[in-house]
Design a protein around this ligand. Sequence first.
Ligand code: NDP
Ligand code: MG
Length: 381
Amino acid sequence: MKNLVILGSTGSIGTQALEIVDAYSDRLKVTALAAGSNVDRMEEQIRRYHPDFAVMYEEKAAGDLSVRVADLPVTVLAGMEGLQQIASLPEADVVLTAVVGMIGIKPTIEAIKAGKDIALANKETLVTAGHIIMPMAKEKGVSILPVDSEHSAIFQSLNGEPKKRMKKILLTASGGPFRGMDRETLFNKTVKEALNHPNWSMGKKITIDSATMVNKGLEVMEAGWLFDVKPEQIQVVVHPQSIIHSMVEYVDGAVMAQLGLPDMKLPIQYALFYPDRLPMDMPGIDFFKLGQITFEEPDLKTFTGLKLAYEAFKTGGTMPTVFNAANEKAVSLFLAGRIRFLQIADLIGEAMGAHGAVKNPSLNEILETEKWCYEFIESRC
Ligand code: NDP
Ligand code: MG
């Protein structure tokens, strides 16, 4: 039996992870759950999965939840302290990090310090603090198992091969809802249109990141940290059908790929049970119905966020934090109707231009940079 902690249990990844618990309740036990403010869904989850601990990041939500579940033997905690506490519970085996944004950094560090394996969905943590997380995980002997579908595909394609045999990573991208459009067409795109992803159903932030292709930029950096590769070794390939989830090219020219229907349950389940591969109640790919799969080069002139991500990755230090924090802030302003779609990438570029990168930043310097960046973006709008 594996004891599971889910940070972000009420979200898209979190709820799909709980569906895997439903299918494998003989192998997975929910030890603790955490969310931001969604008390209704958290109460439902507590009544169904009986965790020992539940965290609401917002104090008021934690207060409300305590009253609602007073009849149950669950300890309700609040805030960052609560997240850090459940991430390092002695009885926990694996922590699924499925919160959105840099809020994931501190609990992930606590979990690694306490020797927990990490099933990592929260890419923003690795993008901004990969230089802290990866060496710490190595030192503590914990596994960082990718949940992101592309990284899971790369992980599966690398299985059993030493790294020196890898030539490059081919990171696939659907291209999002605005693939093939130019900047003029994108000028007036609404929140509703940007949220209409053709292949994946995900949380709002990552769905907007997919429309700007900033998500792919974050994934380039995520792959860099997870697989210890340079930016030049990661090539983004637009593949609109989202059937090939990514590929690895080896030194002899052989290419290994992982294919599957666009459904996050597979990579989540693979991370939770690795190195096992367990049955899943899902239809396979019908290749005859699919007919063809196609590939395109990414349009970096229109989707400038992807180009900026490579620049941030090459500069390193605090620059990926600026890239990420500027994006987090700009996406929330776009969702609130305060800026236009194209301004998201433009603001990231402005913030990067105004920042002098600090090499090998401490956690404090990363969080200071995040704060500076939020204020910078706010002052521009
Ligand atoms: P959602 O927006 O659907 O869910 C986010 C979760 O985080 C919710 O449970 C939310 O709680 C919780 N949360 C938000 N703020 C806090 C906080 N301050 N403290 C604690 N919990 C908080 O996001 P997704 O599931 O789509 O994405 C989660 C992560 O996984 C992201 O980093 C994303 O990039 C990554 N990812 C997602 C994929 C997907 O298919 N969705 C695919 C690959 C990666 P509440 O409901 O209370 O707000
Ligand atoms: Mg992905």
